[in-house]
Design a protein around this ligand. Sequence first.
Ligand code: SDX
Length: 425
Amino acid sequence: MTDKKAYLKVDGLEETFELPVLHGTEGPDVVDVRALTSKGLFTYDPGFVSTAACDSGITFIDGGKGILLHGGYPIEQLAEKSDYMEVCYLLLNGELPNAEQKAKFVSTIKNHTMVHEQLSHFFNGFRRDGHPMAIMCGVVGALSAFYHDSLDINDAHHREVCAFRLIAKIPTIAAMCYKYSIGMPFMYPRNDLNYAENFLYMMFGNPCEEYVPNPVLAKAMDKIFILHADHEQNASTSTVRLAGSSGANPFACIASGIAALWGPAHGGANEAVLTMLEEIGDAENIPEFIAKAKDPNDPFRLMGFGHRVYRNFDPRAKVMKVSCDEVLKELGLENDPLLKIAKELERIALEDEYFVERKLYPNVDFYSGIILKAIGIPTNMFTVIFALSRTIGWISHWNEFHSSPNRIGRPRQLYTGPAKRDYPG
Ligand code: SDX
């Protein structure tokens, strides 16, 4: 923290307000405006463009430079050298595990991947053609009915057990959402497979034949999990923190994060990118869609492009693009028409003044869908995969929130409704 000050002079008010300026490890300084309420003033920031809602030591983003750090480690290095289990440990604990810590963590997760047998009955209430995100949201929220009384959120050990349960069970539930939607039997997790292999097994295995996960696809899946694991105070993580601030059950908080992620402006964009590329259909139609995206009167936006924070390439998109080429080459799909359209769309957009001027670059969702489709995952499961990956980020932020003294989140407003008036008659 620093002893820097900010000074605020408001017309019509005698006093010039002196506000503390706080400085973190990296990134912009923040002006501590908490004292303004007692002066009869609020700050105004719809969409939280310039608001630091908390302090956090988990993830740092420099949007101007396209930098993403987890526990100080660049996402590019983690994607290349680490694996999802290790990144989960890092996000939860703030340090990379040593060999012994990693082995213990992986073993703990592996031994919690099964869900209560009763949980499978929740699925029967859904139509088979229900969107898997709706099912995921409902079933994860229902976990709070299973663990409600065994959880003291003020007990660090209870919070850790809750994190282990969620990290372990979320792939099982995600795969169950898929199996349910296609009328296939649920597959029980296997302890002889790693996290990504096990997920692919539960997704594509069936009781009638042996299923051996393709190691290249499992590695790509693990990389996708890493690239989606956490991303600072994004909409869904902020939702989880706000829900958590009321002391709500963590499973219910994660369900609120799933709900917030579902929107096409957020995690739902990966599904929307595939729909958009299929709608474009052929590279010759790209100019028509670019024109729609630029038309202020057309609500259409180029899905997978733009970001509230990145005013440069999303570093995850760069890694995803390389992984996309690798996976499609491995599968002999390097001439995939959707990939060709995506690359041409990116090329044209990055040369177009509208996108250049607004610093709109491909984000994490632009290429992920093409890889997921190549792996065999249906489009309506893309955001479920994002939610699976992001659960570690959500629960790490939830845990961080409860690890120090905290207050319920309660934003205020600029009231624009009718002034006080009496009831007629
Ligand atoms: C994720 O926050 C996170 O960290 C999220 C995420 C994570 O890991 O948690 O990174 C994951 O959600 C990635 C974003 C996925 N969403 C999409 O790809 C949907 C398409 N993108 C946009 O809807 C938009 O870019 C947002 C929602 C991502 C960001 O919206 P902002 O910050 O509110 O930007 P804006 O709407 O103020 O746009 C600024 C300008 C506007 O034009 P003008 O009013 O200046 O004329 O840029 C234009 C917008 O119209 N614009 C786009 C555009 N994105 C912004 N125009 C066309 N196509 C786009 N994709």
